[in-house]
Design a protein around this ligand. Structure first.
Ligand SMILES: [Zn+2]
Length: 158
């Protein structure tokens, strides 16, 4: 019950029902190369700009500032540092499946060793007293990998 305008108001939740919308999409050559590295080698691959040297992960085909096509692949991580994090504590409905999301969980931006950009993922820690910007973390790979970002289960504090 939420109080609005001096009176108690019931918040109504409407279920979406059992609708399913199956879909698939092609990742393209760069994301496919990245996902094959996670799935087959437990390695994280990035692209490096031939002009400015910036290393991008997730990989990009073209460097934004230089407009240079990137064709050099480099391994980064699996360790890195926390550049930003958010601990999500407010329950909400996952819009992709209509189910409640388990909270709390921690979103983390990791700058992997050897990379200049950050990879967004999850951190296996939800106690804000134990997390700080600049802390070192390490990727934990799933035993069964299928070629998605979820092949990295999460990051752990080192
Ligand atoms: Zn560049």
């Amino acid at each position: 019950m939420a109080k609005t305008g001096g009176e108690m108001t019931e918040l109504i939740k409407i279920d979406s029902g059992e609708a399913e919308i199956p879909y698939n999409w092609h990742c393209g050559p760069y994301w496919s190369r990245f996902f094959r590295g996670l799935r087959d080698e437990k390695k994280i691959y990035a692209t490096k700009c031939p002009s400015c040297g910036t290393v991008y992960v997730p990989p990009r085909e073209v460097c934004g500032p230089c407009f240079a096509k990137m064709e050099e692949w480099v391994k980064v991580g699996p360790e890195g540092v926390i550049e930003m994090f958010t601990i999500v504590k407010l329950p909400y409905i996952n819009p992709s499946n209509g189910k409640p999301v388990n909270v709390p969980y921690t979103d983390v931006y990791v700058r992997l060793d050897g990379a200049d950009t950050c990879l967004m993922h999850w951190l296996d820690e939800t106690d804000e007293k134990k997390i700080a910007i600049g802390m070192r973390v390490k990727a934990v790979f799933r035993k069964k990998r299928t070629g998605t970002m979820h092949d990295i289960q999460h990051f752990i504090l080192m």
